[in-house]
Ligand binder design. Structure first.
Ligand SMILES: Nc1ncnc2c1ncn2[C@@H]1O[C@H](COP(=O)(O)OP(=O)(O)OP(=O)(O)O)[C@@H](O)[C@H]1O
Length: 629
């Protein structure tokens, strides 16, 4: 009996053992996976800790960055900087606001600091080409400020198509070390002999195509082809882009030799390419007529965070909005392709410097203007095209690339005409380490487009990051409380008033532009000279419209205002908050500056960044892998 008992207990033990065995195996597998994960996390952390020093950056540049409150490279910078310093050709694709400009500018400057160009150079050593004048101006300003902070002697010029040949010649005399321009302007310089082709072949050692995904769509293909014929083979080529497209591929083939490809996991996929994950997206459904009262409620009841960038599809609408706002004591400025270039640049600078909180920008892809070409007789179409061409500056681009600083809210007063337009607009907030929000006012007529946008940005696939939610803070009562005043004022903003104010603004800005040109030659940093948010209404705003009486605020709206104020207080100045260790409410993975991750890698441990070396595109034989973040 005892034996039987012993046997049965032995069997039991054995069974137990057998039963437990797979568990043990599973535990081991789990432990191994955990250890692997831990190692990967450690590696990732180490990678994230890499400083600008670790990347081999010149101490002068590091000091300059610190003065700009930039102390840590972004993921794209961590990978691109060392490669560019090594002299490699690089294609870098990373979403908007991920720090691509410094990713190429820092190593480019460092190279120019150390390799002092030959005295015999007759042409610039570096070309930086961007699709719009505004972008060129932005890059130029960035280069100049870095150089100033580094106290190094380098000559940088920005050339624009509006300059005369003699001005171009003067600017190119020397020659400059860096030339910032559009491809069309450089092409003109080459064909007019302002830039000698032979000199370019001898001197050019680095060329950057910034916002490369836009260059071909802006019609620069022929200009680039003409230029590449003179780009020497030894010249280092860098191509920076927010998206991957057939155009980028075409450019890559046109100008690069065996580049390293620094790319994103889902390149070609609009949603992951350019929507910054730290932007919360909202919408409000209302009739086209009710948009005014809704936008008034959002701004006047302070239900959205300032600064606010408001998008319209037509220039007239932007003036209508401005005049409407003025009657409620809300000061705003408008930005559109009709304004002179100096004014536009100055408006951007003022807005970035925080001189006003509301900027009404008209999207540069003008469906309204385009429609005019598509209707009417041939002669009318021709006339309309000529007229529009004269009026609208072809190199103006407000939606893409421009680095609007600290925009907390993007408001689509009118919906863009494409999903791409939507993501480009949204990309103006949530830049650098900031968070942001967007609110789109959607009328029934815009519903189809809105549905398209939702499906293209992948709302259904990924509820977490790309969900466009109903805006929760605006109640029906709050809107109704303002309706009477809004409708009354809206009636007073007539078509004639809009036309007059548009013409008046243009006159003012043309005068401004001349003054600006002269003034900024001597005082490039003086921002306060001319204000762009001045009142255009002929009628003084009625005092009772300035303030919203308490009785119009229902308890929910009061609560909502409090929330918005609290959030603002918590955010403070975001950059300062970040320096002080403020982590923000968004997960790190939602920050475009921190989430540069690349195509699926075999070593996802460091964020899946894939660095593809020369020749990889074709053969996949020499795949180099390096991962960050
Ligand atoms: N390492 C960094 N740390 C903090 N901020 C940074 C860093 N690098 C760049 N920035 C800031 O981030 C913002 C966005 O950078 P940048 O304009 O280069 O983005 P981008 O990737 O070129 O975007 P886009 O594709 O829209 O042009 C800028 O204001 C820039 O000063």
């Amino acid at each position: 009996m005892a034996k039987k008992k012993q046997k049965s207990s032995q069997n039991k033990d054995k069974n137990q053992e057998l039963k437990e065995q797979p568990v043990v195996v599973e535990d081991e597998a789990e432990a191994a996976a955990a250890a692997k994960q831990e190692k990967e996390d450690e590696e990732k952390e180490e990678e994230e800790e890499r400083s600008f020093e670790d990347l081999g950056l010149d101490p002068r540049l590091i000091r300059a960055l610190i003065k700009k409150n930039i102390d840590k490279p972004t993921p794209i910078q961590r990978v691109a900087i060392p490669l560019i310093l090594e002299g490699k050709d690089v294609v870098a694709r990373a979403k908007t606001g991920s720090g691509k400009t410094f990713a190429y500018l820092l190593p480019l400057l460092q190279k120019l600091f150390s390799d002092s160009p030959s005295k015999h150079n007759q042409a610039p050593t570096a070309f930086i080409l961007a699709p719009t004048r505004e972008l060129c101006q932005q890059v130029y300003a960035e280069v100049m400020s870095l150089i100033e902070l580094c106290r190094v002697q380098l000559k940088v010029v920005q050339l624009t198509s509006s300059m005369s040949n003699s001005d171009l010649r003067t600017a190119l005399a020397g020659p400059p070390d860096i030339l910032v321009s559009t491809p069309a302007c450089v092409h003109t310089c080459l064909s007019d002999g302002v830039l000698q082709q032979k000199a370019v072949q001898d001197s050019l050692s680095i060329i950057v195509l910034d916002e490369a995904d836009l260059l071909l769509s802006y019609g620069y293909e022929d200009d680039l082809k003409a230029l590449t014929a003179h780009v020497p083979r030894r010249c280092q080529c860098l191509l920076m882009s927010a998206t991957s497209s057939a155009d980028v591929e075409k450019l890559k083939r046109l100008i690069l030799h065996n580049p390293y490809i620094l790319t994103l996991p889902e390149v070609g996929d609009l949603k992951d390419d350019i929507i910054p994950k730290n932007v919360q997206q909202f919408y409000i459904s209302c009739t086209a007529r009710d948009k005014l009262v809704h936008i008034l409620a959002l701004l006047k009841l302070e239900l959205v965070q300032k600064k606010v960038l408001i998008f319209t599809n037509a220039i007239d609408t932007s003036y209508r909005l401005k005049l409407f706002f003025e009657q409620f004591g809300i000061k705003s400025a408008v930005l559109n392709a009709e304004l002179p270039q100096n004014s536009r640049l100055h408006i951007l600078e003022e807005f970035n410097a925080g001189l006003f909180d509301y900027l009404i920008a008209t999207d540069d892809s003008q469906p309204q203007e385009k429609k005019k070409f598509d209707s009417g007789s041939n002669a009318e179409q021709k006339k309309a095209r000529k007229h529009a061409k004269q009026k609208l500056d072809a190199e103006f681009g407000v939606v893409r690339g421009i680095d609007f600083k600290n925009v907390h809210t993007v408001l689509n007063f009118e919906m863009p005409q494409s999903a791409a337009g939507y993501v480009h607009r949204i990309g103006r907030t949530g830049r650098a380490y900031n968070t942001g929000a967007s609110v789109s006012l959607v009328s029934p007529e815009e519903n189809d487009m809105f549905e398209d946008i939702k499906s293209i940005i992948g709302e259904s696939d990924n509820m977490d990051s790309n969900f466009i939610a109903p805006f929760p803070l605006l109640t029906k009562n709050a809107v109704e409380g303002l309706r009477y005043r809004a409708e009354d004022v809206a009636r007073s903003v007539t078509k004639v008033a809009v036309r007059e104010s548009r013409a008046q603004d243009l006159r003012n800005e043309i005068l401004n532009s001349e003054k600006l040109k002269a003034h900024f030659q001597d005082n490039p940093r003086d921002l306060d000279l001319l204000k762009h948010d001045k009142v255009l209404s002929k009628k003084d705003p009625a005092p009772h419209l300035r303030d919203v009486p308490e009785y119009l605020l229902d308890p929910t709206t009061q609560e909502a205002r409090k929330i918005v104020k609290l959030v603002r207080a918590a955010m403070g100045n975001n950059n300062t908050a970040r320096r002080k260790g403020f982590k923000g409410k968004f997960r790190k993975s939602r920050d475009p500056l921190k989430t540069f991750s690349a195509e699926a890698s075999r070593r996802p441990s460091k964020g899946g960044m894939r660095r593809r070396g020369p020749g990889c595109d074709a053969s996949h034989k020499r795949k180099r892998k390096e991962t960050v973040d």
